[in-house]
Design a protein around this ligand. Structure first.
Ligand SMILES: N[C@@H](CCC(=O)N[C@@H](CS)C(=O)NCC(=O)O)C(=O)O
Length: 209
């Protein structure tokens, strides 16, 4: 059976990371534009794919996967030949899942609270504890380098590379030597450059410029 893979995306959004991942995996896919700036994501047709009305989403051989972290885990496992997911039994599998999940359960909530100037509440009640602890955990993990899990580039790096790109660009997470060095390495990757160029071209086309 030939794989059928559809990426529901909007340019200049969290969809970019999944595009980079697909480029790294070398997997052909059909891009399906869901322009969040014109509200396509709230149409019933897209809500049938993702009731949350959020991109990115994928459909692979009929199975829908939503939520960035689930999409990264799913795709890197589905296309193992690229070596972006440590296999079950590999000693990196635990750290791999840990840092992927840490993004969704700690980094994004901390970043969004900070961007919206929302108080996180008490340390014990907040899912991420304290903003500074999140940044310091990340920085500590990047210190040894070159990648999040050390020598091996994995889907964790695709996630953090794209996310730290926008989180630092918007001044939400402060840059520092570790994050700077990581982003320079990440942005030099051919897959990142190719996916970013396509994303920029699609953003221009979607805005009619
Ligand atoms: N929890 C979702 C968040 C995705 C998300 O917030 N996507 C934004 C684009 S960056 C979106 O679809 N926004 C449009 C809207 O909610 O109207 C995930 O991790 O995939």
């Amino acid at each position: 059976m030939t794989d059928e893979l559809i990426l529901y995306y909007s340019p200049q959004s969290r969809s970019l990371g999944v595009r980079v991942l697909l480029e790294e995996l070398g997997v052909p896919f059909t891009p399906h534009l869901v322009n969040i700036r014109t509200g396509d994501n709230l149409d019933p047709a897209f809500r049938a794919i993702n009731p949350m009305g959020k991109v990115p989403a994928i459909k692979h051989n009929g199975a829908v996967v939503t939520e960035q972290v689930a999409i990264y885990i799913y795709l890197a496992d589905a296309f193992p030949q690229a070596g972006l997911a440590p296999a079950i039994g590999d000693k990196l599998r635990g750290p791999y899942l840990r840092w992927l999940t840490f993004y969704g359960s700690c980094v994004e909530p901390a970043g969004v609270d900070r961007a919206l100037k929302r108080e996180p509440g008490s340390r014990a009640m907040s899912p991420y504890g304290e903003f500074d602890a999140v940044v310091s955990a990340l920085t500590g993990q990047l210190r040894a380098g070159p990648w999040m899990l050390g020598e091996r580039y994995t889907a964790v790096d695709t996630l953090y590379g794209t996310a730290l790109g926008w989180l630092t660009r918007f001044g939400i997470i402060p840059k520092g030597p570790e994050i700077d060095a990581f982003l320079s390495r990440f942005e030099a990757r051919p897959a990142v450059q190719a996916a970013s160029a396509k994303d920029a071209a699609e953003a221009a086309a979607a805005s009619g410029s």
